[in-house]
Design a protein around this ligand. Structure first.
Ligand SMILES: C[S@@+](CC[C@H](N)C(=O)[O-])C[C@H]1O[C@@H](n2cnc3c(N)ncnc32)[C@H](O)[C@@H]1O
Length: 408
């Protein structure tokens, strides 16, 4: 078999898995889905990557490998000014995604059954590409990422998610065990799910594979779609930090940062010994990530943003730029208005009185329903208790988004 025939055979097997078990198996709703994920909201994506709110929300978004359209539906509802396209290999996944968006009234979205390898068939470029849980299922992930890179507009961002090898060691062993038992029946995904469930049921108590499944995954794997996606996949590449950065370096795009940055903070692991933490923090950034990977074998995936340069970066270090910016409250929070809220990462946080009042002032002047004229940071600071430093920290904690003034 030549390379392209092999690639096609693997892609056919992947499409067949997801035609049997479309993923994710979330129910279809007749209204916009509840909640938010800041990685699906263009202003917070742009702000995370550049430091500033975007000049325009009228962007083209590609959800590459959209599956049954759960993320696509969120992106469409959270970004009503965007034009959204979802593509996927699997015909059944696309049919479900289409039905999902019709049912909830997402009108700014279209779907197409198309491989990521063939994105050159789509006209034009995208300011934002979401590609979560997909390229590690492609026979040549780098070729897939490079294909997506050709569709990313200059200054655009792509969000990616791939599996991590260390945290998925037990899953990988179980995948191989199921394949061995299935033998020539590999490719019959229903049989694979049945074999997998039988093996787990037979393993003795205390067995590490069984224990890990029970402690970490059993809740979601109750659904056969999730079990198959995890254990009976015909194609999966798991990454280490080193192989991840080889992929990134070869993509021609620029690494912006992990989209779960708190996971990659060494103080999460070494804070009890400040001297050791300090020593570890002297390491180059990539070695600090390597150290986290080694010390926390629970990490099961990598998620991160890449950019197609050039793109702006705002640090807000200079008071003049900060004071002339227009602040808005990040809508990715729950429980507002209250001093105790869930923040953009669904962590409960307490706002002090100054922060709370600043957010109220943001809503009053710069919110979507505001009846006042727009106010800059300088104007809001002049009428409240917040100092520029408080505002800076609120931006870093993603409580507010800052739109630079035209002169900045
Ligand atoms: C694990 S699902 C992820 C779905 C969705 N992105 C999510 O996060 O909910 C992987 C999806 O990638 C799709 N896929 C795999 N290879 C693809 C390719 N070459 N082109 C387009 N879609 C692909 C599969 O059909 C499947 O629906």
């Amino acid at each position: 078999m030549d390379d392209s025939t092999k690639t096609q055979a693997v892609s056919d097997a992947v499409a067949s898995l997801y035609n049997t078990y479309p993923f994710p198996p979330e129910p279809i709703l007749d209204e916009a889905p509840p909640g938010y994920n800041w990685r699906w909201y263009w202003p917070t994506v742009h702000s995370f990557c550049t430091g500033a709110a975007p000049a325009s929300n009228t962007v083209r978004v590609l959800d590459a490998g959209c599956g049954t359209g759960v993320s696509t539906e969120y992106i469409s509802h959270l970004n009503p000014d965007a034009e959204v396209l979802g593509i996927d290999l699997s015909e059944r996944a696309i049919a479900t995604a289409t039905q999902r968006c019709q049912s909830s009234g997402a009108t700014n979205v279209q779907f197409r059954q198309l491989s990521i390898y063939d994105v050159d068939q789509i006209e034009g470029e995208f300011e934002w590409i979401n590609c979560v849980g997909v390229i590690h299922h492609m026979p040549d992930p780098l070729k897939g990422l490079q294909a997506l890179a050709t569709k990313l507009a200059p200054g655009g961002f792509i969000h990616l998610f791939v599996y991590a090898a260390i945290g998925r060691a037990e899953i990988s062993l179980m995948q191989r065990a199921i394949a061995l038992v299935q033998g020539s029946q590999r490719g019959d995904y229903r049989d694979g799910v049945q074999v997998g469930r039988q093996i787990f049921a037979s393993l003795p108590e205390g067995n590490r594979l069984k224990q890990r499944e029970r402690d970490r995954w059993a809740m979601e794997n109750h659904r056969d779609e999730c079990f198959a996606d995890m254990y009976v996949h015909p194609q999966e590449v798991d990454y280490t930090l080193d192989s991840l950065f080889e992929l990134i370096d070869a993509s021609g795009l620029e690494f912006v940062g992990f989209s779960n940055p708190q996971v990659w903070q060494l103080d999460r692991l070494l804070a009890s010994d400040p001297a050791l933490l300090d020593r570890a923090q002297q390491l180059p950034e990539k070695d600090q990530y390597r150290l986290v990977e080694l010390l926390d074998p629970e990490i099961t995936h990598f998620e991160w943003f890449l950019a197609r340069p050039p793109y702006p970066r705002f640090s807000w270090d200079e008071d003049a730029a900060l004071l002339s910016a227009i602040p808005t409250r990040n809508p990715c929070m729950e429980g507002w208005p209250s001093q105790s809220i869930f923040d953009h990462n669904y962590q409960i946080i307490s706002l002090d009185k100054t922060e709370f009042e600043f957010l109220q002032a943001c809503d009053a002047h710069n919110g979507p329903n505001s009846e006042h004229s727009q106010a800059s940071v300088a104007e809001l600071v002049a009428h409240g208790e917040a100092s520029p430093e408080v505002v800076r920290q609120m931006q870093q904690r993603q409580l507010i988004l800052l739109e630079p003034s035209q002169q900045t």
